[in-house]
Ligand binder design. Structure first.
Ligand SMILES: Cc1cc2nc3c(=O)[nH]c(=O)nc-3n(C[C@H](O)[C@H](O)[C@H](O)COP(=O)(O)OP(=O)(O)OC[C@H]3O[C@@H](n4cnc5c(N)ncnc54)[C@H](O)[C@@H]3O)c2cc1C
Length: 412
């Protein structure tokens, strides 16, 4: 979603954009990973801090019958949460439509192969296609691959994990239904906790939650209740993780059918096309956003997006959730410098790999926030193309002005 918003934002300025994608559709975790809900639009007090292209996606989904718009639900931790649930298939359609209208050129089924540099600039990005390798010579590169595969091959630096940190686990989302949502939704917190305990103790649930988002217009839900700890940049670990994710999904679905009120008539209908990756590489940028910056609501002169989602860490080991809400009407700012890979002149990062600590990433990673970051990255890349050709020379005042004109939310 970050790369897509970046591509649309840049293309709408008239800049030529090629979007390279390994699947045959857009959306990444939102579609291939079937996450099924955008969360983190609002402060705990209910003030919306994400607008712009992200909000346009919601409006278009509504028009296509792919979402009922903004709602709220209660987390397994007891926290209230804002939400836009959506149908991943209709999201694919919306993204095709937005790309076509903006004039984004799409190259599907293409995987990053290697990258060459000329000093501090990325010179070529070679991708592997059905027709063999294809060399692209971009003026600007936005790495929105989640795992930052382009920057890794360009020799960029990444942030290490602290000794007490581990990457958040991956999840194999699965579609289950039909569900009697009236009965399922009527379960009390105590009943849900007892069911989760039972599921975990029996080995059927890797996560102590029955978290799902209902697919608009259906009696099915996308369930988010498996957990696979892995290094998502290790291809053999990912291969094993896909298999383990499927195993866990079927075990959890069996538990739902056998034990959970409202789910007796349901079965696993579909698996996500890929394991959903929460965390892998985070770039070493010009500035590293930290958890304390979020807690202190630190302001930045080059802020390009605002976030308000709690720091939400699925631990690599265990079945619980570490959830730290900012509380009240609190929000934080994301500076442009977090999108700038140290030592590179013509590159930007959009999405979950921006320069943020493990703790800050636990908040910035959600889709409304990464869509806002994507819009900013695309706008900045277009300004850099029109100017000095250097992403570090982009004037933050001009960038912020342009983002506001385009509907993004940025406090003055
Ligand atoms: C299981 C799970 C549940 C989540 N729950 C929620 C939730 O409820 N609400 C919410 O808002 N957020 C949620 N998140 C977080 C959110 O979904 C992700 O952080 C976010 O979607 C990441 O978006 P991105 O654009 O940065 O990267 P990605 O979605 O990972 O997109 C990267 C894109 O690059 C492509 N790509 C990758 N490598 C290559 C390559 N080498 N060559 C070519 N193309 C490549 C991919 O196919 C993909 O399209 C969840 C995440 C997971 C994994």
């Amino acid at each position: 979603m970050a790369g897509m918003m970046a591509a649309v934002a840049a293309a709408r300025t008239g800049t030529g954009v090629l979007l390279v994608e390994r699947w045959g559709f857009l959306g990444g975790s939102a579609t291939a990973g079937a996450v099924g809900q955008f969360v983190g639009w609002e402060t705990a007090a209910g003030r919306q801090v994400i607008q712009g292209l992200a909000e346009e996606v919601v409006r278009r989904l509504e028009r296509h019958g792919g979402s009922g718009g903004h709602t709220h639900f209660v987390m397994s931790t007891g926290h209230p949460m804002d939400q836009v649930s959506y149908d991943p298939e209709r999201l694919k359609l919306v993204l095709d439509e937005m790309a076509a209208e903006a004039g984004v050129r799409l190259l599907f089924h293409a995987t990053v192969l290697n990258v060459t540099r000329a000093g501090a600039a990325i010179d070529t990005v070679a991708v592997l296609t059905k027709a063999g390798p294809l060399a692209i010579r971009p003026r600007m590169v936005i790495d929105a691959s989640g795992d930052l595969d382009v920057l890794a091959r360009a020799g960029a630096g990444f942030l290490p994990l602290e000794p007490d940190e581990a990457p958040q686990p991956a999840t194999m989302m699965f579609r289950f239904g039909p569900v009697d949502f009236a009965r399922f939704g009527a379960l009390t917190g105590e009943e849900l906790r007892a069911l989760c305990r039972q599921g975990v103790e029996s080995g059927a649930l890797a996560r102590a939650a029955l978290h799902q988002s209902r697919i608009p217009g259906t009696n099915d839900g996308w369930f988010n209740i498996s957990r696979v700890s892995l290094d998502a940049t290790d291809p053999f670990a990912v291969s094993a993780g896909e298999i383990e994710g499927r195993r866990q999904a079927f075990a959890a679905a069996g538990f739902l059918t056998a034990h959970v009120p409202g789910c007796e008539g349901g079965r696993l209908v579909a698996l996500a096309a890929q394991l959903g990756i929460r965390e892998s590489r985070r770039v070493r940028g010009e500035l590293v956003l930290t958890a304390d910056d979020l807690r202190a609501e630190r302001r930045f002169p080059d802020a390009i997006a605002v976030g308000a989602y709690p720091m939400d860490i699925h631990p690599a080991k265990g079945t619980g959730l570490h959830f730290e809400t900012l509380g009240g009407d609190r929000s934080y700012e994301i500076p442009y410098r977090c999108l700038l890979p140290a030592g590179l002149d013509n590159a930007l990062v959009a999405g979950r790999g921006i320069s943020a600590s493990h703790g800050a990433h636990a908040s910035t990673r959600v889709m409304p926030t990464i869509m806002a970051i994507g819009q900013a990255a695309g706008t900045a890349a277009a300004l850099a193309c029109a100017g000095h050709g250097d992403t570090r020379q982009v004037d933050a005042v001009q960038l912020r002005q342009r983002l506001r004109q385009d509907g993004a939310f940025l406090p003055t």
